[in-house]
Design a protein. Structure first.
Length: 383
């Protein structure tokens, strides 16, 4: 098969390293320039005009994300939520949005706000229920996450596509947790894919940015026009930092997912841990589907239900030395938090702790977690 090499498309793990494109032909610079300019001289060959409408550094990033997601294009935004808001703004007044019960709390909160102010209607469903896709009938948009959290749910994307298609509804998939290296929702039928690049794409907890990718030029053009009109554009430096972070996305997600799988296995069955949620575990309710829809790993997040109350779980989170007690996910450092501390997450058990696994040595992560869990008599005995 060696003869096929020059014509076959490089793997995503290779493409991501070169996602900023070839060296600059003029200077030979390997790293793309950070274009800070807020305006551009009229008559330039790129047709650039004003910095709220277009920027060359954003466009490199958008091309890179579109390539990884297998889409025709992408539009970047000031944050993941600015992207979410722009996508919801595609809908006409009074349209219905079906949303997964465990979608990101900020997305659900925005939808609740849009409903309260009479802009949209929403229908909250358990997206993993086999009958749930019927809810798409009558809706204008279905909002799912390729990998929900903190229970790491995996909706049946082809089934949702089928019902959304029949209803003429747009299928939107937030791919933040899975990353385009593990899942490509456009290939599974999504119309638009949303990312909080503040998480895995950037990967270092040092930026806020969102990206929406898709195939339909009309939708992409409307999203671009929305950004120019409303001004939710990303900072130039943030776009450049995201491009830099993406060069290591493959090695990060591979290691993080491998560590998460290992930790899930080590925590399973430990005293006073009544459940470990991780889609790579055979006992996860959507394990088989996760094997089909996620390729190359099951993601870098897991959650554990500790047999303790809110105060006990907070005590555990405050007692780790390597894991940081903080919200967010997808970065090089490991984070944990008691999830029910947040509004909108009260449906979760008080003792549920969400773990976002970083790139530290996994044995260190386990030891640190074990000493903190021991404070409430839970966790593995490491001897
Ligand atoms: C799955 C998911 N989508 C969207 C967002 C919103 O992104 P941002 O914080 O960049 O606005 C988040 C933030 O936590 C998220 O976890």
């Amino acid at each position: 098969m060696e003869g096929d090499q020059p014509t076959s498309r490089p793997a995503a793990a290779t493409r991501v390293v070169h996602s900023a494109g070839p060296p600059d032909p003029r200077s030979g610079a390997l790293v793309p320039p950070l274009v800070m300019s807020a305006t551009f001289a009229h008559g330039n060959p790129e047709g650039l005009a004003y910095g709220r409408d277009r920027n060359p550094t954003w466009e490199l990033l958008e091309k890179a994300v579109a390539d990884l997601e297998g889409g025709a294009g992408a539009v970047s935004f000031a944050s993941g939520m600015a992207g979410v808001a722009a996508v919801l703004d595609l809908l006409p007044l009074g349209a219905e949005v079906v949303v997964a019960r465990d979608a990101y709390s900020g997305t659900r909160e925005l939808l609740a706000h849009l409903e309260a102010t009479g802009r949209l209607r929403r229908r909250v469903v358990d997206a993993t229920d086999p009958r749930a896709p019927e809810a798409a009938l009558g809706a204008a948009m279905v909002w799912l996450e390729a990998l929900g959290n903190p229970l790491l749910s995996v909706p049946d994307l082809p089934a949702w596509k089928e019902s959304a298609g029949r209803a003429g509804a747009l299928l939107v998939v937030d791919n933040t947790l899975a990353t385009p290296l593990l899942c490509q929702p456009l290939a599974l039928g999504a119309d638009l894919v949303v990312h909080s690049a503040s998480k895995h794409l950037g990967g270092h907890s040092d930026l806020m940015l969102g990206v929406v990718a898709g195939d339909d030029p009309d939708l992409l053009q409307r999203l671009h026009a929305h950004r120019t009109r409303q001004g939710g554009c990303p900072g130039q430096l943030e776009a450049w930092l995201t491009l830099r972070g993406m060069r290591t996305l493959a090695v990060r997600i591979e290691r993080q997912a491998a560590s998460a799988a290992w930790l899930a296995g080590r925590l399973l069955g430990s005293p006073r841990i009544s459940a470990v949620h991780y889609p790579g575990l055979m006992g996860h309710p959507q394990h088989d589907r996760a094997r089909r829809q996620l390729k190359g790993g099951f993601g870098a997040m897991l959650s554990i239900e500790v047999d303790t109350d809110a105060a006990g779980a907070e005590r555990v989170c405050a007692a780790t030395r390597i894991w940081t007690n903080a919200t967010s996910l997808g970065s090089v450092e490991s984070l944990l938090e008691r999830r029910a501390r947040w509004a909108g997450e009260e449906y979760l058990p008080a003792g549920l702790i969400r773990l976002s696994v970083g790139i530290e040595e996994r044995e260190d992560l386990l030891r640190d977690l074990a000493q903190a869990l021991a404070l409430v008599g839970a966790g593995p005995d490491l001897g």
